[in-house]
Design a protein around this ligand. Structure first.
Ligand SMILES: [Mg+2]
Length: 201
């Protein structure tokens, strides 16, 4: 599994669900995903972090990545059965950092996650401690009920894609604020809209 090192404070962090948020399984050409990848490469990749938060297992993530032109995430957060592995990787990571005397380097592909929200809160705590929080903030993107806890992370901006399930739509309607954007475009097209809406791109 590839890893990316987070060695300095990111300018901005984008956290996205994969299925039906970053990836539109109805768009076989993945036009909007490719447009997002292009925008991310040109405007964000050099100084910002891309985080995928998925309920997929590792093997199902690989399967998706093999069929869809996904960008390479800086951090990949798992749900469900990856918790023990994540804990051991996390502790291994800390020891490695100490032994290498590079305390400001964090390098991982798996965040400690019992749930998407807990995983993101953990990741942000780590980033804050080691390199500092991003000046341009955090934006989460989702389409379904299991993404709600991402939206509930304090101070995060939210992007609900147009094809969102009713339970997320209801939550976003109930928590409407200037930090919450309801896109009119599907999936990655909605994420692009949100980056423009928040004047990040
Ligand atoms: Mg989804």
């Amino acid at each position: 599994m590839a890893t990316q090192a987070i060695t300095r404070r990111p300018r901005f962090i984008l956290v996205s669900d994969l299925d039906w948020t970053m990836v539109d399984h109805n768009d076989l050409e993945h036009k909007q995903l490719k447009a997002f990848n292009s925008l991310w490469s040109s405007h964000f990749a050099k100084d910002s972090l891309l985080v995928f938060s998925t309920g997929r297992s590792h093997s199902l993530f690989i399967e998706l990545r093999d069929h869809v032109p996904l960008g390479e995430p800086d951090v990949l957060g798992w749900n469900r059965q990856q918790i023990l592995q994540s804990v051991s990787e996390h502790h291994g990571l800390k020891l490695q950092a100490e032994s290498e005397q590079r305390p400001h380097k964090i390098s991982y592909h798996v965040s400690l996650t019992a749930s998407k929200g807990k995983g993101l809160e953990f990741l942000l705590e780590e980033i804050e401690e080691l390199v500092g929080l991003p000046p341009d903030g955090v934006m989460v993107c989702g389409d379904s009920g299991n993404d709600i806890e991402l939206f509930a992370v304090p101070d995060a901006r939210g992007c609900m894609v147009a094809n969102a399930h009713p339970e997320l739509k209801q939550w976003c309607d109930a928590h409407a604020s200037s930090n919450l954007f309801q896109a009119s475009e599907r999936c990655a097209g909605g994420i692009i809209q949100a980056l423009q809406h928040f004047k990040l791109a």
